[in-house]
Ligand binder design. Sequence first.
Ligand code: IMP
Ligand code: MG
Length: 182
Amino acid sequence: MPVVRGKNIEPLFTAEQIAERNKVLAQQIASGPTKDLLVIAILKGSFIFAADLLRALHDTGLAPEVEFITLSSYGAGTTSQGVRIVKDIDSDVRDRDVLLVDDILESGRTLRFAKELLYERGARHVSLAVLLDKSVKRQEELEADYVGFECPDYFVVGYGMDVAYAFRELPFVGVVTGDADE
Ligand code: IMP
Ligand code: MG
């Protein structure tokens, strides 16, 4: 099992599996709504997935514009949970087909907020691409249009995702299972 900075990390989805899946997702996306396509990556967790997906989209012949939005959840674990914009996009989304890209769809609050925001701003169509779908955790009625993998209910790290700011750089998605010397 890979050991990274003293922790055992059990791979859940390998770099090879992810790369193969990204090609399939790109083909699916290319046959959906792509008028003046704008890809918006939700930071921070999606940055590696978005970078790889964009290059897979290029291979299908698409040339999307790329934007980034930083969203943050607040009130997690309380009754008043919400999402706020930490850093907004610069582009006008009016009459454009938008592809929102995120690492994980869990409760659905983040992506629901983002999707509604873009429709309010006049986007023509908004679709959702996520690397991982933790569907058992869903709180909102929301499904992604493009899903990399169904994810078991573990806290996962790597390929952009962190625990306490660590492990974003791992080329695979895995689960921290404990200290390597245990
Ligand atoms: P939700 O769908 O609004 O609940 O938010 C999902 C977000 O929570 C993702 O974009 C991640 O940033 C974060 N998240 C959820 N599960 C995990 C995990 O297992 N590892 C790392 N981040 C996670
Ligand atoms: Mg996130």
